[in-house]
Design a protein around this ligand. Structure first.
Ligand code: DPN
Ligand code: ZN
Length: 316
């Protein structure tokens, strides 16, 4: 069976050269611009949300700043990323007399452009609930995107860096600390910062950050292809981790599905759901559990995140 044997010879040679080059099997054969968008499994994202809920259950019903529930959340995410081959680091800071940490995960392959694409989500909850839509939803989606980069052995054109922020719920303390302590030479390498905060709201809207028209257009194209109309994410202005990046002149983008804002009849007509009700009636409450998640919305938005990472980071 010559086909099989020549194939295994190719595999062996590829493995050998990968070992020699120290790239641990990361593909170089496929031209970067041809790599297609991945399909992120919402079932896998939900498993991360279930794990975060368990952590909350074991820690007085929250994963807030300064609590063991926050530390356990960080350990969970770090464990997954370390096992997938990320270079993780923990950045410590203090707020209100209590220590907290950002988790930063760098993909050690690719990056020939010299630019960095950053993708972030806050990892803390408020102290009044488990924080599964806010913001386990985005943590799960960007974590699963990062794990997909690893599973597909991607060699991206930009360096990929995933950030899990501490203490966002006290007005984005962790991301502010990161940006303020990052050397200027490092800040200038960041081509864009993509922020995700609440992406699986139960009575969802589809909102796109409008600070960068270029990034907004790319998200728009993704939702256009799915026949989903969008609105600008103005309700999130001044209220999440993209703000410190914006203040330093970094291009920011992201998507959002709504919090306490009440859905209008016009919005219900185009997106479904219930007019006159909050987009997330469990916002900052104990009922923000996995049962509070709209899994269809989380599925679409997880794919939107991955598509944007591939567009702005992998193929760029
Ligand atoms: N997660 C943010 C929110 O609830 O909107 C926390 C926040 C509030 C951050 C207000 C900044 C300003
Ligand atoms: Zn919040």
């Amino acid at each position: 069976m010559p086909f099989v044997s020549s194939r295994s010879a190719v595999v062996a040679a590829t493995t050998l050269s990968a070992l020699l080059l120290g790239t641990a099997g990361v593909h170089a054969e496929e031209p970067a611009h041809k790599v297609s968008d991945p399909d992120i499994s919402v079932a896998k994202v939900m498993r991360h949300l279930d794990a975060l809920q368990k952590i909350s259950d074991a820690n007085n019903g929250n994963r807030a700043h300064g609590t063991p529930g926050y530390q356990a959340s960080l350990d969970y995410v770090k464990g997954k990323l370390d096992a997938a081959g990320y270079k993780t680091s923990i950045q410590e800071f203090e707020f209100g007399g209590k220590k907290s940490w950002n988790l930063i995960a760098d993909w050690p392959h690719g990056g020939r452009s010299g630019k960095v694409l950053m993708v972030g989500a806050h990892l803390d909850s408020v102290d009044t609930g488990p924080g599964i839509n806010d913001n386990g939803s985005s943590v799960g989606a960007i974590l699963e995107t990062a794990l997909t980069v690893s599973a597909k052995k991607v060699s991206p054109s930009h360096h990929l860096r995933f950030a899990f922020w501490g203490t966002e719920e006290e007005t984005y303390i962790g991301s502010t600390h990161y940006v303020n302590t990052l050397p200027k030479s490092e800040l200038s390498k960041i081509s864009a910062y993509l922020n995700f905060d609440m992406i699986g709201s139960p009575n969802p809207g589809y909102f796109v950050y409008d600070q960068s028209p270029e990034i907004a257009r790319h998200f728009q194209a993704f939702f256009d292809a799915k026949g989903i109309p969008t609105e600008p994410a103005t309700a999130l202005n001044g209220r999440s981790d993209h703000e410190p990046f914006l203040a330093k002149g970094v291009q920011v983008g992201g998507i959002f599905t709504g919090s306490a804002e009440v859905k209008t009849p016009e919005q219900a007509a185009k997106w479904g759901g219930t007019a006159g009700e909050a987009m997330d009636k469990c916002y900052h409450l104990a009922c923000d559990t996995p049962a509070n998640i709209n899994q269809h919305t989380l599925d679409v938005n997880s794919d939107a995140i991955a598509a944007m990472v591939w567009k702005l980071g992998v193929r760029k």
